[in-house]
Design a protein around this ligand. Structure first.
Ligand code: AMP
Ligand code: ZN
Length: 111
């Protein structure tokens, strides 16, 4: 399968890795929308978070654990965690990924 994030998870394509655990890898988003904009992905391929949740709930939990660790390490006062699911919601890479955004005041509702 030709998947950009599988290639980042297996070090075939470079990324700025910020953290890892047994089930997940975190790296800087190439087009950051906030001072902290990290993507956290499972090392195994699932098209979106619904599929990940059904197939591997421990990996889903690992994404949130890593998000909390990174936020604590950076001393973020608040942060947002987002999964875009489906093209209409803005998903452009079809390997499940959790966006971790922080380091500035974030607006609500999102666009
Ligand atoms: P989404 O639109 O929710 O699917 O998010 C995909 C994210 O991946 C976007 O925020 C992109 O900026 C980011 N992205 C795309 N290619 C890369 C890459 N090679 N390295 C890091 N982030 C990337
Ligand atoms: Zn993949």
């Amino acid at each position: 399968m030709d998947c950009l994030f599988c290639k980042i998870a297996s070090d075939e394509i470079p990324a700025t890795i910020v953290a890892k655990n047994d089930l997940a890898v975190a790296f800087d988003d190439i087009n950051p929308q906030a001072p902290t904009h990290v993507l956290i992905i499972p090392t195994t391929h699932h098209d979106n978070v619904a599929e990940l949740s059904a197939a591997d709930p421990l990996a889903l939990q690992a994404l949130f654990s890593l998000a909390a660790e990174i936020a604590a390490e950076r001393g973020l006062n608040g942060y947002r965690t987002v999964f875009n699911t489906g093209a209409e919601a803005g998903q452009s890479v079809f390997h499940a990924h959790l966006h971790l955004l922080g380091g500035r005041a974030l607006q609500w509702p999102p666009g």
